[in-house]
Write a protein that binds this ligand. Sequence first.
Ligand SMILES: [Zn+2]
Length: 183
Amino acid sequence: MTSDSFTALLDRNQSFAEQFDAGDLAIRPRMSTIILTCLDARVDPAHLFGLGLGDALVIRNAGGWITPAVLRDLAILGVLAANMPGPSAMQLELVVVHHTDCGMARLANPAIQQQAADRLGLSVDEVAAMAITDPAKSVQDDIERLRQTPGTPDQLVVSGFVYDVKNGTINQVVPPAPLRATT
Ligand SMILES: [Zn+2]
């Protein structure tokens, strides 16, 4: 970050703090939703979904993949939600959003694959699997893999969407459903 960016951030926070009136917000979010999406600056869930402070939980990483780190966060959130103060237990829902023109498409390029593999200590195949060239397919595959992951909660409601950075629309790819049918 340049010092210009840093100064701008501090200035914007000062304005924010001057208008601030949300000190009474409860730790329990208004929505029982966890939004997982890419860290791309164009794909900020607060803007896409008109979220205010205290509305929803957000996890972001490169691509919006359900990584081992995301699984760990989901496990922690599951424990916290079960112990959340409030009228009823929170039934969390996971909304996975991949997007068009994702920078992770560049991981389909063999030269970049090799650089990323070296940097991450992964195989070229593992890096290739992180490429997002078809976000509708990647979000579907990601949720299917979550379904196949042992230990993830059957009752977690999961849905998948693609955000189009050219027109601002969200398209549903995987309709909301519990991770597994329980018998
Ligand atoms: Zn992206």
